[in-house]
Design a protein around this ligand. Structure first.
Ligand code: ADP
Length: 408
């Protein structure tokens, strides 16, 4: 079965086509600048040079059509015709309290996703455009949605409620939802495989450290707490996001700097974090380089960034009353050995015996960066959210086929 995985943004769309028998990626690519001048489609098939096509792509429906044309292209394509795509799985950022697992798209599901536009105004409307665009191009195909928040729906109320008047939760559903759920879910499964132990027995802290970053306490395979909140602004210090801060900073800054609420919101999301403290970049590579050249602001930014992660790891070990393994993943977590070292060398109290040599090894496979006799293991596990979306879609389609045939 071939499954197309789509991650639709407001002006971009990423895709990966999977053969689910082998779990191989047959082709992948992205469409950028949808609705703007000179849209760009970039398409990649294993071991072949990237294909780039510039054209006018005014909306998501046309973008999907272009992708399907490329996938069935005589020279660059990998399929004979578009009927060879049996299902399409979409990444959807916010599933609110309505979705605790991936589901097949129907009218009710679309209605629910629309209800959640308020909670994720930058993301959910764009995902919906992707779903509708696939519907217009492939009306017969089964579509599924896989939510970033779904994995965290197992959190108990002590973790997800804010200590504010409960009427705000009842009326507006203001609470912690958490994000990066697909990634935390995927790496926790891979970590259990690597450790050769059932996930249901493990206490894990998963650290997804990319441009956006979050930690997750995973107790016996289920999310118990996570650092992102109602929006992806809470928690760790990130590339351009502040993470945790005293909420009183917001009205205080508005008054002192004569800023609007929107301006402060934009400051906290786009002009804070690593970028603001280092004054150099939101990219960890550039910050580390500047730090090595003796830049003190870069050093401070790096140390604050690592310190916040270490604090969350400590908090989650306390919240689960123990830990078997700590997992690092995503762009920074997988690649920055210096950051991992800064964090892990000061976790000795919890029983982490860090192995500098292992930490320096680069690999695309899951690996251990603690000594063999370390009571708590630290692992680096490359994430693969698209594969998890494809797997969930595959399961849902097989279930649907089984249900359809039993009805006959
Ligand atoms: P997202 O999906 O949140 O956009 P990624 O997980 O792809 O982010 O991570 C992107 C980030 O990874 C980049 O901003 C960069 O800072 C970081 N990164 C990539 N390679 C390295 C590296 N070798 N060392 C440190 N950071 C890296």
């Amino acid at each position: 079965m071939n499954i197309l995985v789509i991650n639709a943004g407001s002006s971009s769309l990423k895709y990966q086509l999977y053969n689910m028998t082998t779990e191989d990626v047959l082709a992948k690519g992205r469409v950028e600048r949808i609705g703007m001048d000179s849209s760009i489609l970039t398409h990649e098939v294993d071991h072949q040079p990237e294909v780039r096509e510039v054209s006018e792509i005014l909306d998501h429906t046309t973008a999907i059509k272009k992708v399907l044309d490329m996938l069935t292209h005589k020279k660059f394509g990998v399929l004979k015709n578009i009927q060879d795509i049996q299902a399409v799985g979409h990444r959807v950022v916010h599933g609110g309290e309505s979705f605790s697992e991936s589901v097949v798209v129907d009218q009710k599901v679309k209605f629910e996703i629309r209800q959640l536009f308020d909670l994720a105004p930058l993301h959910n409307p764009a995902h919906m455009m992707g779903i509708v665009a696939v519907e217009s191009n492939l009306p017969e195909v089964t579509q599924t949605v896989v939510f970033d928040t779904a994995f965290h729906q197992t959190m108990p109320s002590v973790s997800y409620l804010y200590a504010i008047p409960t009427v705000l939760y009842r009326k507006h559903k203001i609470r912690r939802y958490g994000f990066h759920g697909t990634s935390h879910d995927y790496v926790s499964q891979r970590a259990a495989e690597f450790l050769g132990r059932p996930l249901e027995e493990l206490k894990l802290v998963s650290c997804h450290i990319g441009n956006g970053a979050s930690c997750c306490a995973i107790l016996h395979g289920k999310s118990y707490d996570t650092s992102m909140g109602m929006t992806p602004l809470e928690g760790l210090m990130m590339g351009t996001r502040s993470g945790d801060l005293d909420p009183a900073v917001v009205p205080f800054t508005i008054n002192k700097e004569d800023l609007t609420l929107n301006e402060v919101n934009s400051m906290l999301n786009k002009h804070s974090g690593l970028l603001a403290v280092s004054g150099i970049s939101s990219d960890m590579r550039e910050v580390v380089e500047a730090m090595r050249e003796g830049n003190e602001k870069a050093r401070l930014a790096f140390e604050m960034y690592a310190y916040r992660i270490r604090k969350y790891i400590g908090a989650y070990i306390a919240s689960m009353d123990g830990v078997d393994a700590i997992v690092f993943t995503a762009g920074v977590g997988e690649n920055s050995d210096v950051l991992r070292k800064e964090i892990c060398e000061k976790l000795t109290f919890f029983g982490v015996k860090f192995d500098d040599g292992r930490n320096a090894v680069r690999s695309s496979e899951p690996r251990r960066i603690t000594t063999d006799d370390s009571p708590v293991q630290v692992l680096v596990v490359p994430t693969n959210e698209e594969l998890l979306i494809a797997r969930d879609t595959y399961k849902l389609v097989l279930n649907k086929l089984a249900a359809d045939s039993s009805e006959l």
